[in-house]
Ligand binder design. Structure first.
Ligand code: DUC
Ligand code: ZN
Ligand code: ZN
Length: 462
């Protein structure tokens, strides 16, 4: 199959120019002006942007968590991602405590293989690296799993203490890998939660009120300090607050290899959502929680200045009508997570570019290129260049949509609410190619289960 994309405006993290693209099988083969090459399919991209497919390096599909399983699996989640203009995800495989990480990886391969609409990689959530288990890091790297997520939150579940964090970081650093951190002080938070519950505070808003931003900033600081001593690059996932961002900015100023992502929910939603009536605040129960609105300007500024490099989603869906209801009587039982995989590109274009916070090039950088570079996928993914995978999005900047669970152009996720219900976006991914195959055409999914392939990723140090 060959595809010729004509008359588009090509935007990468560094360039902005008018040209045609010839795709031969799965790669970008020629980029030039006025190409007239016979092709199986010709797409007219006049008046549209031609951008690298989005990369969402933080998703939780088909994940067992808090007594249930996230409702989007690798079929529905990656299909929705494709419709929204994302052509690569990096999901999180989990090591169960007491078990081998390789066993966990095998389980996640079985969940995803032959199911996905787009390419995918895995980070590994490590919960236990004691004794011989630490040597599994080398095997994971050989398997193309070159980044690890550790948790300072969720004691008794995913939590790892500082000693284990240091040992794991040290080994990852020796191998040239990168460590991602869920940075919230779970020990202190659990104490605050116990006090709140004892005082009869049960509604969803107490989820947020028991997880102060100071406990995020403290954990970010600790991650950076331990990472420095362990000599490993660190990546703070789902950073939410100005206080936490300040810690990242200071470390980057000092020249330390520290990176961070934020997510649309922290850029667009805020603490007031927890006040919604009829238990609707539960839709926004996620960790870390939504913050006071004033933090949003600081996060946009962080993306603009480069102290934040990536916008991911932490897509982790639980239906409102049954799964979120598990916490009807007590906020600690509400499964943590919210949807976003399908709406990220349009939201960041609207809130970032059109509302004047970031340039078009920066939009491409934070939604695609930076994640490819940090997580060992560049230049195969994350740019439009000869030899790169033909993961290409034709993005219409003049198309207006209202995000809604009832709008099939904005909601194909397997969850019964949209966190951005009623938000207007001017700018939509219309046609999406994944390794040269058209998987979305005029906003309709036209691909097949299993089009996506597992990506063995390179090392950060490379
Ligand atoms: N936070 C969430 O809200 N859900 C999944 C895991 C996490 O860290
Ligand atoms: Zn997390
Ligand atoms: Zn997460």
């Amino acid at each position: 199959m060959s595809v010729l994309i004509k008359n588009g405006r090509i935007i990468t993290a560094s360039d902005d120019y008018q040209a045609d693209i010839f795709i031969d099988k799965d790669k970008i083969s020629i980029i030039g002006e006025n190409l007239s090459i016979p092709a199986d399919k010709i797409i007219d991209a006049s008046g549209k942007y031609v951008i690298p497919g989005g990369i969402d390096p933080h998703t939780h599909l088909d994940m067992p968590f808090m007594g249930t399983v996230s409702s989007d699996d690798f079929v529905t989640g990656t299909r929705a991602a494709a419709i929204g203009g994302t052509t690569t995800i990096i999901d999180f495989a989990i090591q169960t405590i007491g078990h081998s990480a390789l066993e966990g990886l095998e389980i996640w391969h079985a969940k995803a293989e032959g199911k996905t609409a787009i390419d995918y990689g895995f980070h590994m959530i490590l919960t236990d690296t004691e004794g011989d288990k630490i040597s599994e890091l080398k095997t994971l790297i050989n398997e193309g799993v070159t980044s690890y997520k550790l948790f300072m939150a969720y004691p008794g579940a995913l939590y790892m203490d500082d000693g284990n964090i240091y040992r794991t970081m040290r080994k990852a650093g020796e191998h040239g890998a990168i460590v991602c951190m869920h940075a919230e002080n779970g020990i202190v938070i659990d104490e605050i939660v116990r006090n709140a519950v004892a005082d009869g505070k049960t509604e969803p808003k107490w989820h947020a009120l028991t997880r102060p931003d100071r406990m995020e900033a403290e954990a970010v600081h600790r991650t950076i300090a331990i990472g420095d001593v362990a000599e490993v690059p660190v990546y703070i996932v789902h950073l939410t607050s100005a206080a936490a961002l300040e810690q990242v900015a200071m470390a980057r100023n000092d020249g330390q290899a520290v990176f961070a992502e934020t997510c649309p929910q922290y850029l667009f939603l805020d603490h007031s959502y927890y006040e919604k009536e009829n238990f609707e605040g539960a839709k926004y129960v996620m960790s870390p929680p939504l913050r006071e609105k004033w933090n949003q300007a600081e996060l946009w500024n962080g993306l603009g200045t480069g102290n934040l490099q990536v916008v991911s989603t932490d897509h982790c869906t639980f239906r409102f009508n049954d799964q979120k209801q598990m916490g009807k009587d007590l906020f600690t039982q509400i499964p943590n997570g919210a949807p976003g995989i399908e709406n990220r590109m349009s939201l960041i274009y609207q809130g970032g570019v059109l509302d004047g916070h970031i340039s078009l090039n920066k939009f491409v950088e934070v939604t695609s290129t930076a994640a490819a570079k940090i997580f060992g996928l560049y230049p195969r993914k994350g740019t439009i260049a000869v030899g790169s995978d033909a993961d290409v999005v034709i993005f219409n900047p003049n198309r207006k949509e209202t995000i809604s669970v009832d709008n099939p152009i904005t909601h194909n996720m397997n969850v019964d609410y949209n966190a951005y219900e009623g938000f207007e976006v001017n700018g939509v991914s219309e046609t999406v190619l994944s390794r040269g195959k058209i998987v979305v055409e005029d906003n309709k999914y036209v691909g097949n289960e299993g089009d996506g392939q597992f990506l063995k990723r390179g090392l950060f140090s490379d």
